[in-house]
Design a protein around this ligand. Structure first.
Ligand code: ATP
Ligand code: PRP
Length: 220
């Protein structure tokens, strides 16, 4: 059983926005499996011939699967990876899922400078990233962990600000919020389990090279 698993390469794909982008990129380098769909109720999809297993995972759990070796490699947004603080290798920037982490506040309650928000409440899905950012600015904050619709926080009086990702800026605009501090760029990354990277080095490094070539081709 253990020997058999050794031959397989297990890939964790996140449900949600990155799923089909990741699936399509893997398909371009020949990493495919029948019936690999985001909504599949079968959560492990195997291609026996290619010795591949795809795990369909909840976004925030991908770094956990990879850190523990339940998956050899995985695809995850840099934002979630920064927040998860897991001991994994980050192998490649896959270029899609581009967005950035930032702090935003209600337009009509904007304070003169960033440090004027010290000791206020910040609603976020990313408390670790937020804390690192505010600590680097010498600011102590109260963190309120949310799981979605973060922009609601200041509207309903739960917090004075948010830390979240922005892509087009539409959600901020539609909720009368304004970005006041940039925190970090994010995009999808290929990550690997540390032991798998050594034990399956040939296979993983060939995959990384193939993906790099594919991404370079797409950028030309
Ligand atoms: N506009 C965007 N909104 C959300 N995520 C984006 C956006 N643009 C790029 N991304 C990237 O896509 C990743 C996955 O987003 P998605 O909304 O599918 O996950 P999630 O919100 O964590 O999942 P869930 O809905 O299960 O909580 C993000 O972590 C981020 O890296
Ligand atoms: O700048 P925009 O293009 O408007 O995108 C940013 C929005 O997208 C994400 O939410 P998501 O769609 O993942 O829903 P969620 O609020 O449930 O996390 C993020 O949390 C913002 O709310």
């Amino acid at each position: 059983m253990i020997k058999d698993d050794m031959q397989y390469l297990t890939i964790a794909l996140p449900k949600g926005k990155l799923f089909y982008l990741a699936k399509d990129l893997f398909a371009k380098v020949g990493f495919v499996a029948d019936n690999l769909e985001e909504k599949s109720r079968k959560l492990v999809i195997t291609n026996e011939e290619l010795k591949l297993k795809f795990i369909i995972a909840k976004t925030a759990d991908v770094p956990t699967y990879v850190e523990h070796g339940a998956a050899d490699i995985g695809v995850i947004g840099k934002d979630v990876l920064m927040e998860a603080q897991k001991d994994v290798y980050e192998l490649l920037d896959l270029g899609f899922g581009r967005c950035h982490l930032m702090m935003a506040v209600p337009k009509d309650k904007k304070r003169a400078k960033l440090t004027d928000y010290t000791h206020t409440r910040v609603a976020t899905k990313f408390p670790n990233v937020a804390k690192q950012f505010f600590t680097s600015k010498g600011m102590q904050m109260e963190y309120i962990k949310m799981n979605g619709s973060i922009e609601l926080g200041p509207i309903v009086g739960l917090s004075e600000s948010i830390v979240d990702i922005v892509e087009t800026g539409t959600t901020l605009r539609e909720n009368n919020l304004e970005e006041i501090a940039f925190i970090a760029e994010a995009s999808a990354r290929l990550i690997a389990n540390r032991a798998s990277f050594k034990l399956k080095f040939d296979r993983i490094s060939k995959l990384v090279k193939a993906l790099e070539m594919e991404l370079e081709g797409a950028n030309e």
